[in-house]
Design a binder for this molecule. Structure first.
Ligand code: GLU
Length: 470
């Protein structure tokens, strides 16, 4: 029986949850769920100048929307400063860390000098063996890094990565104001929270040897590391706003389904044969690091859009009707959902879901079903609402008004008899009717549209079209 797996997602609340962060959150979540482990949310808010409560709210909102529920937390690092200090004190006491009194000006001057001489930019160790404190100076605390040998990172994705200790700096773990720095807080928290697997972006790989040395100094066993390859834009540069929307909630606003985004995110780096579409249960069941690639993944918005359309097609109309409500409200298509007839809406959605790639598109198409007055596209109106179609529309109106049933079959009969009587083709009638009903020339099948609109609205719209033609 192995120890229980404990993983964490540790965002810094200095921005919204973005695509890269969400993928890290997701891989941690999948690993936890796959192993019946524990998923911890830890907010790394030690950078108090850039961290805000609004961003914490935004990050948890994004995670909830994606369905990434956590078991413990959110813990905030700013609540834990005493813990970090006590760990730092322990390091000093045992000789693994020391006070450094070098002033920022001195350090800067030495840095410039090193740069000019082409030497590595690391601390020169002047205070490493200092016996007495320097009066009147508030020191920082530096970690005493070994100067010889190597640190090996044994990574579940990258394999074995080796670092020369000589290259590692005596890093500052407490600033002169007593606040802790990133590498200390991460290691202390991961130790204290009994994290067994550290799953994060490979932009942190260079921090890992330093963190391993901190584990060694504390005398704690190492967790397992899994560094995920970066996500790039189509031009192979690191994914940024330039490549389109990168915030997770922007995809909510654009009408993406959370399951579609999750499915897309998991495929950024992970694969399972040729399978593209996964249920959540399948993802949890199949996930492992063996199938995470080493190479950077390229973010492809078109593929995400395609996946979203697949999820829309495969969702029930009842579910889509629920999901589209906020978009109808936001776009002012309905005032409030309170009086919405959900059975009717579900039927209307059924005619449109194969044609809508996002909920936003779906909401926009629903506009012509819901609105009292239809708005014509000028071109469509000029082309189809004219002398030629007036008599056809008038005849159809008469026959529909007395039609016994407003079903697909009944409508088909009425249309057939009108076109036969006038010696025209079905499309000669269908296109003008389409413009009269929807304002444009593209819509679901005309009988479906009429069925959804119902008799009263259909007749009203035919009357309006006839009046417009004059
Ligand atoms: N707070 C770090 C970040 O947002 C993550 C640190 C870690 O996962 O170890 O990049």
């Amino acid at each position: 029986m192995t120890d229980k797996i404990r993983v964490r997602f540790a965002p810094s609340p200095t921005g919204h949850l973005h695509i890269g962060g969400a993928r890290t959150a997701l891989f941690n979540w999948l690993y936890a769920r796959h192993n019946n482990g524990t998923y911890i949310l830890r907010i790394e808010d030690t950078d108090t100048t850039r961290s805000t409560d609004e961003y914490i709210e935004a990050i948890t909102e994004g995670m909830k929307w994606l369905g990434l529920d956590w078991d413990e937390g959110p813990f905030r690092q700013t609540d834990r400063f005493d813990i970090y200090r006590s760990y730092a004190d322990k390091l000093v006491k045992e000789g693994n860390a020391y006070y450094c009194y070098c002033s920022p000006e001195e350090l800067e001057a030495r840095r410039k000098e090193s740069m000019a001489q082409g030497r590595p930019l690391k601390y020169n160790g002047r205070c490493r063996d200092l016996k007495e404190p320097v009066p009147g100076v508030k020191p920082v605390v530096r970690f005493r890094m070994p100067r010889e040998g190597r640190t090996i990172v044994d990574d579940l994705i990258k394999g074995t990565v080796s670092f020369e200790n000589e290259q590692l700096d005596d890093l500052i773990i407490l600033r002169s104001d007593g606040t802790p720095t990133y590498n200390l807080t991460v290691v202390v928290d991961d130790v204290d929270m009994k994290i067994t697997h550290i799953i994060r972006g490979d932009d942190h790989l260079n921090n890992t040897p330093k963190q391993i040395q901190l584990y060694n100094a504390f005398g704690y066993p190492l967790p397992k590391f899994a560094h995920l390859p970066m996500i790039l834009g189509s031009d192979k540069a690191r994914l940024s706003k330039r490549h389109g929307a990168t915030s997770v909630m922007a995809y909510y606003d654009m009408g993406y389904l959370p399951d579609a985004l999750v499915n897309y995110l998991v495929r950024l780096g992970w694969s399972y044969g040729d399978q593209e579409v996964f249920t959540q249960d399948e993802l949890v069941k199949y996930f492992s690091f063996e199938n995470v690639g080493k190479a950077a993944a390229v973010f492809n918005p078109e593929k995400l859009l395609w996946l979203n359309s697949q999820y829309i097609i495969n969702s029930s109309t009842d579910k889509l009707a629920e999901l589209v409500l906020p978009f109808l409200e936001k776009d002012g298509i309905i005032e409030t959902r309170q009086h919405m007839d959900m059975t009717w809406l579900s039927k209307a959605v059924g005619t449109l879901k194969e044609r809508s790639k996002t909920l936003l598109e779906l909401a926009n198409s629903l506009r012509y079903y819901i609105a009292e007055e239809v708005e014509y596209n000028e071109k469509a109106k000029d082309k189809f609402l004219n002398e030629k179609s007036r008599d056809l529309l008038a005849a159809l109106k008469e026959d529909l008004a007395s039609a016994p049933e407003f079903s697909h079959h009944g409508l088909e009969q009425v249309f057939k008899s009108v076109v036969e009587k006038h010696g025209v083709k079905l499309k000669d009638l269908a296109q003008p009717v389409r413009v009269a009903m929807t304002g444009g020339t593209e819509s679901p099948g005309i009988f479906e549209v009429l069925e959804v609109l119902g008799k009263e609205k259909t007749i009203k719209r035919l009357e309006k079209a006839i009046k417009v033609i004059g």
